[in-house]
Design a protein around this ligand. Sequence first.
Ligand SMILES: [Fe+2]
Ligand SMILES: [Fe+2]
Length: 272
Amino acid sequence: MKYTILHFSDVHFPAELSCRSFFDKRILGCCNSLLIRKGKYKLEYFRDAVPLFLEKKPDLFVFTGDAVSSADPREFQKALAAFQPLIDSGIPLLYVPGNHDLYVRDRYCRKAMEDFYAALNGGRSYSDSPWLYDAGPVRIAAIHCAKPLSWYFSCGMMSQQTGDFLRKQMETAGTTAPLLLAGHFPVITDHPLLDFRRKLYGAKIAAEGLENGKIALSLCGHVHQGYERVLPSGSLELCAGSLTKHGSYLEITYDTDAAAEKNFCVKRRSVL
Ligand SMILES: [Fe+2]
Ligand SMILES: [Fe+2]
């Protein structure tokens, strides 16, 4: 049996400027989106990707966050309209928010993210707690490490609760379905772009899980140039990259009949 996951990330619907943007970090997100990123991120890549994704009929879509830029409710409205064909397809979609989706503490922004989260995750309510998607032949731990932070930081924090959850899931490694992670931030942080302002903190248990092979794959985004990292254990960290900047996404096929070391096949695709 073959089980296919289509993984994409960091679509970054552009910032919407409002008078409320001037009262918090949103003004930074707006400047970044409307001045620095303008023209470099192309929503048409996302619009081209949607019919392509539907045509491929994967078993699951995984979207690892940064749907928007400054988390203004109008950004989520536009993103939701664009995601609607994927939601309506009946193919399950697993979404974990990125740091730009939880950009500020404003309650309207938070409510917009929660509504977007529920729409993408089949009605599930957002909470900081990790949860397990186990509807297929793999188990996927959805982890939520993004939090509103000060102006200077775009890093993530893995909570003790998430670490304990992963430890428990790893106890059954080898006797149950392979364990995958879906989170916004890369777990292995020795990447030049993951400096102290941008990396994931508190993720030692997840990194150990990849290093000892108890976690088969980590699916992430955050770094906009995608990459695949192969660990000595054979486990992989797969960064989809930004769909709207580089047009890239990943097709991951799990073959339940293949030998253990060959049962995941990863192909990087492009909408360009
Ligand atoms: Fe991003
Ligand atoms: Fe990010």
